[in-house]
Design a protein around this ligand. Structure first.
Ligand SMILES: [Zn+2]
Length: 295
């Protein structure tokens, strides 16, 4: 089996049976060893000693209303894990009792320094928080919704429709032609960074069709032999990146300028030297697709 991509590989059991079991949830909240992951304005609190690891608080640090909106993450080694949104406080480190070895960081920034399972735990918590923040109103009737089933459902107060956490499929693909691969860059990216092309899957479209459409739209290249590689949760705010490889049947690039600033064919030597370009972040599936091709 291939190694898991960064931000996947959750070690705790998601414990779906516990989500609708108020008695066991109350018992978990009463145990001092229960671990609560605070999420502050989409950022996380980590310990930064030799390497970084996720920091938790015990339940007694929380206000009653924090518990009402808590999200059950799961169970592991006899411990129950929750995430809570603490965005309302201005000084989360001081107010939650953290000390100087703790810092507040964004997931993209800290992910390369975390263990596989800590990265996956933060991706899970971050994705769930984003979903709650963006689904406060019912998309069937416009009524307000409230969290239920330990944060895994939002129920509409007007029409009682149940809304479930969602993730949006996006395809990301390494396109090759002989000994070269196709990479592009967006104007907003850091200087010299080139990466694989990517885009959201549209309704009524297979993943393979989405790959072919995106490559043609963005770079004017036709592809065949579209094969699945691996996937990665990308909770910024709620995507699932589905990685593919594809083989180009045409070579002349014609970029769509509102998406890309440039796209080029690169040889392995050019990517390894990486003098004129920089590769995408080591946490991204884009980097994984490129590195697997380099190997
Ligand atoms: Zn409704």
């Amino acid at each position: 089996m291939k190694r898991a991509n960064v931000l996947s590989g959750l070690a705790v059991d998601r414990a779906p049976g516990l989500r609708s079991d108020p008695t066991r949830l109350a018992e978990a909240w009463a145990r001092p060893e229960t671990r609560v992951l605070p999420v502050w304005r989409s950022k996380h609190i980590v310990v930064t000693e030799e390497s970084s690891r996720v920091a938790f608080v015990s339940p007694d640090r929380l206000r009653a209303r924090d518990r009402e909106n808590a999200i059950l993450l799961g169970e592991g080694d006899g411990t129950t894990y929750f995430a809570v949104d603490v965005s309302e406080v201005d000084e989360p480190l001081a107010e939650l009792g953290f000390d100087t070895v703790h810092t507040i960081v964004g997931l993209r920034e800290v992910a390369p320094l975390l263990s596989q399972s800590d990265g996956a735990l933060l991706a899970y918590a971050n994705g769930m928080m984003s979903w709650h923040r963006r689904h406060r109103f019912c998309n069937a009737c416009g009524g307000s919704t409230a969290s239920a089933q330990a944060g895994h459902v939002r129920e509409c107060s007007a029409c009682q429709e149940l809304h479930f956490p969602r993730t949006d499929p996006a395809v990301i693909m390494l396109v090759t032609a002989g000994e070269q691969c196709l990479l592009g860059r967006q104007a907003a990216w850091p200087d010299k960074v080139y990466s694989t092309l990517a885009g959201f899957v549209e309704p009524g479209e297979s993943l393979e069709e989405a790959v072919a459409r995106e490559v043609h739209e963005e770079a004017g290249i036709r592809v065949e032999d579209v094969h699945y590689h691996s996937s990665q949760p990308w909770p910024f705010p709620g995507s699932l990146m589905l990685g593919f490889t594809a083989v180009a049947t045409t070579r002349d690039i014609e970029i769509q300028t509102d998406e890309l600033e440039d796209a080029r064919w690169f040889t392995r030597d050019e990517l390894r030297a990486a003098e004129t370009i920089r590769l995408p972040s080591t946490i991204s599936i884009a980097r994984r697709l490129i590195e697997d091709w380099l190997d």
